[in-house]
Structure formats: C-alpha cells, structure tokens
Design a protein. Structure first.
Length: 228
C-alpha cells in the first residue's frame, strides 16, 4: 500500500499572478505511519508554547491545541520543523511547483479540473521515473478544504483511469478527503507545502530544503508548466 498525503499553499490564478506567483502542492509519502504520528506528537509537545505564541487562532481552540498550520509558523519554527523531521526515514516528500505567470489561462478556467490534471501528471511522472512504487495500491488522502465537493469524485475517477486502467502503474487508487484537524499527516503536508511556498517567495529556506535533499527526504520537485 502506498499512502500519500496532499496539501497545498498559494493560489491557482492568472489574474493575480503578480501577487500570487506560485501554487505549491506537497505530497508526503508515508512509509511508516505509526512512527510519523509519534514524531508529530513529539514535535507538538516539544514546541507547544512556541506554537501558542505564534498562533493567530488557527492552531488552538482557546488553550487547547487543535492542529498544525504552516501559515502560522514563524521562520524559526519552520526551520526547526525541518531540522526535526529531516532526521527520520519514515517518509519521503515530493513537491509540485506551479508558476502561475507561465500557465496558459485556459487551464484556470476550471481550477478544480486543473488541480486534478496537474496532480495526475505529477504522480504519473513520479511512478514512471521510479520515485514512487509501481504496481501497488495507492491510498491518497487530501484536505477536504482544498477541493470543491463536486470535484472530489472526479479526481479519484481520473486517477483510477490514468494510473490503473491506462498506464497500469498502480494496482488501484482510492482518494479520501479529511478535515485536516482530523488527519495529522495531512497537517504535516500542510507545513511542508507552506515552507516550500515561503522559499519561493523569500529565498530564506534554501538551507532547510537542501538538508531534506541531502537526507534523501525531499525526493523530487515537479514543475508546471512543463518545459517544451
């Protein structure tokens, strides 16, 4: 079973590409879910006070911790997050980087359809080039707030037809949507997505990303649109 967790940062837009130049999807391939959940709990426990100070109301409900949100992290928390998780081998990380200024406007006439198309394109690439296993069942979990309800089933159908029926790269594909507050690994994907998006905007996290590359955690970045 290949367990993938997806979350995003930024906006898919041509109209506001100057202020929103990038859209990022992080794909976390969890190879040891139990260990990854244990690491999550350790990180939260170790940094609870710092998280509370940084929060503007998204990570806590009153005094009670609710969920991790990368957009609430301070720069130092982001770097410490990378340092903490880069020591482990229970997961691999992939990114999809979309340059809004270079995307043809036809793609964004329906952003839900564009999201599905680009995710499928990236997954096919990762499997074809040996970054993800071939011939296994794929379980994909996504934050439900990232997709309109009418687009959720279409992603599963599209993945099934492209990865199972057309290419036979997967044994089967299931897509499940969660409120991220109820799925801690999606929360990790959220933080990773925000960190990469922050690097694209500021250039302040290259050392952290290089650490993940050197530790063989950050596996590949798929860039869209494709170079001709």
């Amino acid at each position: 079973m290949v367990n993938l967790y997806l979350d995003e940062s930024g906006s898919m837009t041509c109209d506001y590409s100057k202020t929103h130049p990038y859209f990022v999807v992080s794909i976390l391939y969890a190879k040891n879910i139990t260990k990854l959940k244990r690491l999550y709990k350790r990180f939260v426990s170790k940094n609870l006070n710092r998280l509370k100070i940084a929060d503007s109301g998204k990570m806590f409900r009153g005094e009670d911790f609710h969920e991790l949100k990368g957009s609430e992290f301070t720069p130092s928390l982001k770097k410490d997050f990378i340092n903490f998780f880069s020591k482990d081998d229970s997961f691999q990380l992939f990114y999809i980087e979309i340059d809004n200024e270079k995307v043809e406007s036809k793609y964004y006439k329906n952003t839900a359809r564009a999201f599905n198309y680009i995710v499928v394109l990236a997954l096919k690439y990762f499997i074809k080039h040996g970054f993800l296993p071939k011939g296994e069942q794929y379980q994909i979990q996504i934050d439900e707030r990232n997709q309109r309800a009418d687009a959720r089933k279409s992603l599963e159908d599209y993945l099934y037809s492209e990865l199972y029926l057309a290419d036979a790269t997967a044994e089967g594909v299931d897509v499940t949507y969660f409120d991220s507050a109820n799925n801690i690994i999606i929360q990790l994907a959220d933080v990773f997505a925000n960190i990469y998006y922050s690097e694209l905007r500021t250039g302040n996290y290259s050392d952290s990303l290089n650490l993940m590359k050197n530790n063989r955690i950050l596996t590949h970045v798929f860039k869209f649109p494709l170079h001709k």
